[in-house]
Design a protein around this ligand. Structure first.
Ligand SMILES: [Zn+2]
Length: 223
């Protein structure tokens, strides 16, 4: 037998084996419909993002073979209509938030470096808008602190510092501490002493926009 013949025979063998396996699998699925459904669901959820992304790309290409051109058109439209684009994005983001309230924290945990450098780049290219956003958010923050039912006093802060042994509430390091709102002001946290803790700079910068419970979990403080 020539070498090619052997290869072909091998391929046939492999194909036959695969077919037998598929048949067996189908038979098993028929006999165990509930288990089969559970397994397929589990597999689906595990690879959900990938599957959906692939399907989306496929649909897009089928629906519109000139997808690159449309994307370019879209980009131009967005650049020309920033307000409409923002409005639409905000609406879409709200829907997504309802679907998964933790999506930002999850994504941040997944792609921190990428997000930080993208945001830095964006701020550099959109200086005016960036400072507008910054001002808005800090004035909102000031307003909610002002209207907070409680406000910590200097005496309370000193007392807390003594009681905490001048240590970071998360990692236990000593050194320069920052005053941290356990539940962030932006998330409706109070400005009262009960919502205050001392964090070292490193822990404070890591906390960022995480949910406090989630942050504690990440740091192994909670289960
Ligand atoms: Zn720390």
């Amino acid at each position: 037998m020539a070498k090619d013949d052997i290869n072909i025979a091998d391929d046939d063998l492999k194909a036959a084996k695969k077919k037998r396996e598929t048949e067996r699998q189908k038979e098993w699925n028929r006999k165990n419909p509930e288990k089969a459904r559970a397994i397929s669901q589990r597999t689906y959820y595990k690879n959900r993002e990938k599957i959906l992304q692939k399907a989306r790309e496929k649909r897009r290409k089928e629906h519109n073979p000139n997808i690159e051109k449309s994307r370019e058109r879209q980009r131009i439209y967005r650049a020309k209509n920033p307000d409409k684009t923002r409005e639409y994005s905000a609406k879409y983001a709200k829907l997504k938030d309802i679907e998964n309230p933790n999506r930002h924290a999850e994504r941040y945990a997944r792609e921190k470096e990428k997000l930080l450098s993208a945001s830095k780049k964006w701020r550099k290219n959109n200086k005016e808008r960036a400072s507008e956003i910054q001002q808005k958010s800090s004035s909102r923050r000031r307003a909610s602190i002002k209207h907070s039912a409680e406000n910590y006093t200097l005496a309370e802060i000193r007392d807390l510092r003594e009681r905490s042994g001048k240590k970071c509430a998360f990692c236990g390091e000593r050194g320069r501490m920052t005053i941290d709102h356990i539940v962030p002001i932006a998330k409706g946290g109070s400005n009262g002493i009960r919502n205050i803790q001392f964090l070292c700079r490193l822990c404070n910068s890591k906390k960022c926009d995480f949910d406090p419970i989630e942050f504690a979990q990440k740091n192994g403080r909670l289960l």
